[in-house]
Design a protein around this ligand. Structure first.
Ligand SMILES: [Zn+2]
Length: 170
């Protein structure tokens, strides 16, 4: 039996350190990685300041690089384009996406896939509690209903397996 899924409070921002995308030049698998910056300070004394750190981290510079054709590009923008199966910085289609349950199942990288797998296969899901209250901004709480639905579990598990296969072939 699958282990219970326990929401540790991760948000989608926690998964954008590395994002696999379609290279704009050769259309094979390229990576968008966060470039470390000096101004990052982990402020962990209360949840509000933690999220302001998260905000800055998700806006730090990104480098797009393709090992297949050597294409590179740097993102230093201020506006992200969030939503759908695209990276937030260059707006490129995600490498890991597949039709599933009439929707598109997508993931940024292997950690994101593992997260989805542990969520979907769990028989029991434990909500995230911070300072005695349930936080609504976590990734688990924001997953679309079709991914959370028990009737779609088998299809979503198959979709995750397809995405894992893509990762192995990339
Ligand atoms: Zn390329």
């Amino acid at each position: 039996m699958a282990a219970p899924f326990s929401d540790s409070g991760q948000t989608l921002e926690d998964f954008v350190e590395t994002v696999y995308v379609h290279c704009p030049q050769c259309h094979q698998c390229a990576q968008v990685r966060r470039l470390p910056s000096d101004e990052e300070i982990i402020l962990a004394d209360d949840s509000g300041r933690q999220s302001s750190w998260r905000f800055r981290r998700s806006f730090s510079s990104r480098k797009l690089s393709c090992l297949h054709c050597s294409y590179t590009s740097i993102w230093k923008g201020t506006a992200q384009q969030k939503g759908g199966p695209y990276d937030w910085y260059f707006g490129l289609p995600l490498w890991l996406q597949t039709p599933c349950c009439g929707e598109i199942l997508w993931a940024f990288n292997e950690e994101h896939l593992s997260f989805l797998e542990s969520y979907v296969t769990a028989k029991q899901r434990i909500k995230f509690h911070a300072q005695g209250r349930i936080r609504n901004g976590t990734m688990a709480s924001r997953l679309p209903i079709w991914i959370k639905s028990a009737k779609n579990r088998d299809e979503v598990v198959k979709g995750i397996a397809r995405l894992k296969g893509m990762l192995e072939r990339s």
